[in-house]
Design a protein. Structure first.
Length: 317
């Protein structure tokens, strides 16, 4: 689009009409930066992924109500604009959005939960994403969620008009984490090269003593092994670690029946190892307690995987 400034000035030569062309060359070469809206933003893995993908953005609007996750996000990205509760956001009051990101709460869809699907209040928040998607009409969108029943998956696909990609984080990191990704970003269904990262590539050494199982913990493990006949899973260096979950802060449970052996004994996974499993920088979450670190990392995204998907935007441009 061309732009002209038209000015009539009696002091100009012979009082003629001047048409001053704005420097179109500079306008053409000016890099237009994106405006991002991230719903259920958590600790802002979206911004980490954008940075890794080399995508510059002018504004990053976030919707997050967890004060600890918000603290970590703003500690690392001070320019984050937190809009608060997703239910309070009106798309008509926002500027033009180029990219809408969301990882709506998954507990109702997860096989580890009660499988209530859309009857779960947390899973119903998908419809807030859908409402805002229709209001802001972004150029691109990306929605992440857990593997779920075909019925629920098809319902989401029908609403969004796209089928999801099923991608395991194991291709990008040292953990098994299979997730669904719905998006209209082009070029995202390209072949993924396995990074071949194993547990040995992310494990810590010289770990603090508080990460080792207590006598009570070891007794619980022994009792659990006897009751179930199932031995505690010990990760080898070339193994993939268990999916990072929000409940890792519990240290051990029926779902998290694993341990890490070294010369000092048997321990559980550290927050830094969880960060590495999610391809998050070391100590990114260190401004909050360990229990909160485990929770937000378990609820977060595998950053390198998201960056891979977002690079489809750059390929189109």
């Amino acid at each position: 689009m061309s732009c002209v400034n038209i000015c009539l000035d009696k002091n100009t030569v012979n009082g003629y009409l001047y048409i001053e062309l704005v420097n179109l060359k500079n306008m053409k070469n000016k890099k237009i930066e994106m405006k991002i809206l991230s719903l259920f933003d958590g600790m802002s893995c979206g911004q980490l992924a954008l940075k890794k993908a080399g995508i510059k953005y002018d504004k990053y609007f976030a919707s997050e109500i967890d004060k600890y996750a918000s603290k970590v996000a703003t500690d690392n990205f001070p320019n984050t604009i937190n809009l608060g509760n997703v239910k309070s956001i009106s798309g008509v009051n926002l500027p033009e959005i180029d990219l809408l990101l969301a990882g709506s709460p998954c507990q109702g869809f997860s096989s580890a939960g009660k499988k209530l699907g859309f009857e779960d209040d947390r899973s119903k928040l998908f419809f807030e994403f859908l409402r805002i998607l229709k209001e802001v009409k972004p150029t691109y969108f990306l929605l992440e969620n857990v593997k779920m029943s075909k019925e629920n998956q098809d319902a989401i696909s029908q609403e969004l008009g796209v089928e999801p990609l099923s991608i395991n984080s194991s291709l990008f990191s040292a953990q098994n984490r299979n997730r669904l990704y719905w998006s209209n970003i082009p070029n995202i269904n390209r072949k993924i090269r396995d990074s071949n990262i194993g547990w040995g590539d992310i494990r810590q050494f010289n770990v603090e003593s508080n990460f080792y199982y207590s006598r009570k913990g070891l007794a619980w493990i022994a009792q659990r092994e006897k009751k179930t006949g199932k031995k505690l899973s010990i990760w080898a260096d070339n193994d993939k670690c268990q999916m990072i979950e929000a409940s890792h802060w519990k240290s051990y449970s029926n779902q998290r029946f694993f341990g890490i052996k070294d010369k000092n004994g048997l321990r559980y996974i550290t927050p830094i190892e969880c960060e590495r499993a999610q391809t998050v920088p070391d100590n990114y979450t260190s401004s909050v307690s360990n229990s909160q670190r485990y929770k937000m990392l378990g609820n977060g995204w595998t950053v390198d995987l998201i960056a891979y998907l977002l690079k489809g935007i750059k390929k189109e441009k």
